[in-house]
Design a protein around this ligand. Structure first.
Ligand code: NAD
Ligand code: TDX
Length: 332
């Protein structure tokens, strides 16, 4: 089976390629990636795959690849909320125009398409709201990032209904694990502590993210490719919606033997709480996350992630000063 993975040099995409090669023998993988600041070819080093350096908005290139591949798994996107608050334009380009370009090519070539999306398309929940997001929750995105992801989901849904393309969508909660860019919350704190900087918590840190280990997310995507129903959307989450940012930062500090962290300027429009109801994928496809449910299992996943950043200093050290300079300019 020939599979094209867009954004496969980024955090989740690279872990997906690794996970697929480790657990399946029937996939021949090509990665299409623009290698933006978030893409890193080293994420794929040592793997037996084809790599194509290019932009998903390049229709000629996309057509030439889709002609040769049966399956497309679409991870490529601008992915950081904070960046989208400063310059939304790359988000419009990659997340909206990029997804549109892929969909038009899928329509022409008849590929099986899986679109990777996020919980942020639903907006946020109040801290005391007992509800969780489901596949039928109305969309209500808050940031330019989440609005472009919501728009890309709507495009996929419209192409399914209007043109009958063989597509599925998954909306997953916050991922953590190896190869995550150090601009993001968990790796930023780990690498801050490793470089003798204080960990940095936005505002009061009451916000809740429904953390999931990246391997659990990718196993769910592989299951959707194997057994998912064409046209359907699946919510992916590991029931971690009871741990707030302050508790996560304290867990990281404790695991790394560091007592001190700082409160810094809050993110404008900061979403309060995400919580995912993944009953559908658990019931219909039999998916179960491995790192789940209790603070103890999250501690296990975090501990392994800390070890990875400790053992792979060369992977992140060149980017660290620039990332922190950028945050410092925003009082963060
Ligand atoms: P990332 O920023 O680490 O990686 C994105 C990758 O896409 C990079 O390799 C980048 O070079 C590539 N890319 C960006 N624009 C491109 C373009 N125009 N053409 C080709 N390649 C391009 O992101 P991530 O955290 O791995 O997220 C991957 C996907 O998963 C995104 O669609 C994101 O919205 C979604 N998602 C992420 C999370 C999370 O917690 N990180 C949670 C749910 C869903
Ligand atoms: O230094 C920090 N301190 C801090 O308190 C950073 C970088 C973040 N935070 C907070 C903001 C959020 O409440 O931590 C939480 C997580 O922040 P991010 O890692 O930036 O993730 P988030 O904005 O929640 O979005 C992530 O999950 C959904 C991914 O980046 C998105 O791509 C995905 O769609």
């Amino acid at each position: 089976m020939k599979m094209l993975v867009t954004g496969g040099a980024g955090f989740i995409g690279a872990n997906f390629v690794r996970r697929t090669l480790a657990t399946r023998t029937d996939y021949d993988i090509t990665v299409l990636d623009k290698l933006t600041y978030a893409g890193n070819l080293n994420n794929l080093s040592g793997l037996n795959i084809n790599f194509v350096h290019g932009d998903i908005t390049d229709r000629v290139l996309v057509d030439s690849l889709l002609k040769e591949h049966e399956i497309v798994v679409h991870f490529a996107a601008e992915s950081h909320n904070d960046n989208s608050l400063h310059d939304p334009s790359p988000f419009i380009h990659s997340n909206l125009v990029g997804t549109y370009t892929l969909l038009e090519s899928v329509r022409a070539h008849g590929n099986r398409f899986h679109h990777i999306s996020t919980d942020e398309v639903f907006g946020d929940l109040a801290l005391d709201d007992p509800n969780r997001f489901t596949e039928t929750t109305p969309y209500n995105p808050s940031s330019p990032y989440s609005a472009t992801k919501a728009g890309s989901d709507h495009l996929v849904r419209a192409w399914i209904r209007s043109f009958n393309i063989a597509a599925t969508i998954s909306n997953c909660s916050n991922n953590y694990g190896p190869y995550q860019h150090i601009e993001k919350f968990i790796p930023r704190q780990i690498t801050n502590i490793l470089t003798h900087r204080p960990a940095k918590l936005y505002g009061t840190g009451e916000q809740v993210r429904d953390w999931i280990h990246v391997d659990d997310h990718n196993d769910a995507v592989l299951l959707i490719l194997d057994k998912g129903t064409i046209g359907e959307t699946y919510i992916i989450g590991a029931d971690n919606d009871h741990i707030n940012n302050k508790q996560v930062i304290e867990m990281i500090c404790e695991l790394m033997g560091e007592g001190h962290y700082e409160h810094v300027a809050d993110r404008p429009g900061h979403d309060m709480r995400y919580a995912m109801d993944s009953t559908k994928i658990r019931r219909e496809l039999g998916w179960t996350p491995q790192f789940t449910n209790t603070a103890d299992r999250m501690r296990e996943g975090l501990s392994a992630t800390i070890d990875w950043y400790r053992s792979n200093v060369d992977w992140w050290k060149d980017a660290k000063a620039d990332v922190e300079k950028h945050y410092e300019a925003q009082g963060q």
